[in-house]
Design a protein around this ligand. Sequence first.
Ligand code: ZN
Ligand code: ZN
Length: 322
Amino acid sequence: MRAVQLVKFGEPREALQYTDLPDPKPGPGEVVVKIEAAGVCGRDLVVRKGAFPHVKPPVVPGHEGVGRVVEVGPGVEKELVGARVFLSAVYDGTCEYCRRGLENLCRNAELLGESRHGTYAEYVLLPARFVHPFHGVDPRAAVVATCPLSTAVYALRHVDVDGRRVLVVGAGGTGLYIAQLASVRGGEVYVSTRSREKAKVLSELGIKTAGEGDKDFDVVVDTVGSPTFERSLKLVKRNGVVVVIGNVTGERALISPALIILRQVKVVGSMAFRPWDIYEALDLLKRGLIRPFYTEYRLEDAARAHEDMERGIVFGRAVLIP
Ligand SMILES: [Zn+2]
Ligand SMILES: [Zn+2]
């Protein structure tokens, strides 16, 4: 099969190699999915740079994928063949977190594209219970539901935004959806972005761009991380909530704990999403409540997609089409 492999950590063109790999064969309980569209996540860039010690090249990157089941192994219902599915992380379903419905925090999670081969490929092999059938959404748009929009769905479960002033820091792959969803949920939403293009599209959706003097937000959702964290703590109201979901640069943030204590700020981390958050995300797309944004790339152009993302010139999700 055609695939892009992370062969070493570093710059896109050295790290990502377009190559041929053996077609996967399903063992007992497994399925093979032919990928129709794979998303390039901000996390993939961090993985490529070598920030996660559990990632050992060579590995096929990518955790965002939509496709059709083309082959099933022994013990899997044959009816699944042909179904359009999205893929999820592999979790054990038995640890203390899984049992509490926090599969996103599973102790034994295996992330696609990190500890097992991911979606930058023609085919992906997975245990059947981690492929989830759906219909009614175009595969490229559905990729948006498999991570950025489901991350937004989960992030906004931690905080009530109805009738509140909400600032979304960063209008990148995920920020675009947090802003839209916070607006759908009744928030008065501002976005801080340097991109005029993104600001314009968001303004058409009723979302304002935060100016210099805008502060005292009830809720700040920080999708960037270290470079913006301190500012986010200052822009939230006293007793307000800062939800942190992004760590784009992977660097450390140096902040004074006094900022959190004296202004009594609640800082909430939100880690990815669970499979059923993806179903809710798909439903939001189906009902036309959220506009999916994506830019298509051929699979072989994955390195260029990474470069474009680093330059901040991709609007919405970069979606790889094998
Ligand atoms: Zn992602
Ligand atoms: Zn678990």
